[in-house]
Design a protein around this ligand. Structure first.
Ligand code: NDP
Ligand code: NDP
Length: 294
């Protein structure tokens, strides 16, 4: 959710009854501080901050999170053992994102409070094993007692009911909110999301960091290079710097890196976070009622 989830989206989700998250991966420390402060002004409900552990100024981010009194932190893309005790010592609830059973066990050992189990369908950074949400949740449930928040491919109340039937306690949703009114993403990116069909995204750049991308011209360049057995250095050169910002924040649909999940194929309109959440709850409840009737 880098470049999409600033304070406006996070506070709108929290005000509507979800747990909004500020995506800190795209924010310099001072920007993160501004977003946390704005979020506190915009909601009196709980909200959290998502910090990818490979972020360059991680210590600064963590110190700001503590100083600003954030109560919930989602970490990802790194070893949960590194920051969990630091955060928990300050009374912060820690949730770590994983995509396989090996890391679920590591999370349990590191003492995190809950895990996000994110399947192959998800947008952006993704697991190497390509395990789908349908297979991942029951596999994690077998090895781990922590509360599971399922992610990847969730775009309806029916999908929330499905992952809860598989053993999850909750669901994390990205793509639907990336295309929301309150998302800080560029309008071009939001409109692009609503135009996508199934098959329009692919897990790319596995040699560097696997990331699900929309198949635009930038993706095609990477694909051709990969088919020609490009080295990691050559791929890194094509990727360059700040591609995600170029695409998702500045609106370059040709040369930008466009990260979104497979479920985008079912997103047809740009709606408010409140409308999205209300529809999810209505659909979830009617799904459960339909099951009871059968
Ligand atoms: P904000 O408090 O939202 O922004 C403060 C700073 O954060 C600015 O430097 C801004 O960059 C940066 N920023 C905003 N969102 C993100 C993000 N998701 N990741 C990393 N950095 C971010 O106040 P503003 O008055 O700037 O913005 C008001 C609202 O409009 C906000 O919700 C903002 O996210 C959104 N916005 C949307 C844009 C777009 O759709 N293209 C562009 C800018 C803001 P900078 O101002 O340098 O772009
Ligand atoms: P790049 O190295 O290509 O570019 C860095 C980008 O992050 C720039 O756009 C830069 O903004 C911004 N940025 C924010 N803070 C810093 C900082 N302290 N130092 C340098 N750059 C900073 O990285 P990506 O855009 O691919 O990824 C940025 C971050 O987001 C990483 O931490 C990455 O792990 C995370 N990420 C998470 C994803 C996910 O969870 N799904 C997906 C992709 C990335 P500017 O251009 O204004 O300098």
């Amino acid at each position: 959710m880098i470049w999409c989830s600033g304070w406006e989206l996070a506070s709108a989700v929290s005000n509507a009854g979800g747990l909004g998250l500020i995506g800190a991966g795209s924010m310099y420390p001072e920007v993160l501080k501004t977003h946390i402060r704005n979020c506190k002004k915009a909601t009196d409900k709980p909200f959290g901050v998502n910090v990818p552990l490979l972020y360059p100024n991680i210590e600064e981010h963590m110190n700001i999170i503590v100083e600003e009194g954030v109560k919930i932190v989602f970490t990802s893309a790194g070893n949960p053992a590194k920051w969990t005790s630091f955060l928990k010592d300050k009374g912060i609830t820690v949730v770590h994102v994983i995509a396989n059973t090996k890391f679920a066990i590591k999370c349990q050992e590191a003492g995190v409070d809950a895990i996000v189990a994110e399947g192959f369908e998800a947008g952006g950074h993704n697991g190497r094993e390509e395990t789908t949400t349908l297979c991942l949740i029951p596999s994690i449930r077998e090895v781990c007692n922590l509360p599971i928040i399922a992610a990847g491919g969730i775009g309806s109340g029916k999908a929330i009911a499905a992952v809860m039937a598989l053993g999850a306690e909750g669901a994390q949703i990205g793509s639907l909110f990336a295309a929301s009114i309150e998302s800080s993403a560029h309008e071009n990116f939001k409109n692009k999301i609503t135009s996508l069909k199934d098959g329009d995204t692919e897990l790319s750049l596995k040699q560097l960091t696997p990331v699900r991308l929309i198949k635009n011209e930038f993706y095609q360049k990477i694909k051709i290079a990969e088919n020609n057995c490009a080295t990691s250095e050559e791929l890194q050169e094509i990727l360059g710097r700040a591609r995600a910002k170029k695409g998702m924040f500045e609106g370059d649909m040709v040369e930008g890196e466009l990260e979104i999940g497979q479920i985008a194929a079912t997103i047809h309109t740009i709606r408010s976070a409140k409308d999205i959440l209300q529809d999810l709850v209505t659909d979830y409840n009617s799904t459960l009622n339909n099951f009871i009737k059968f």
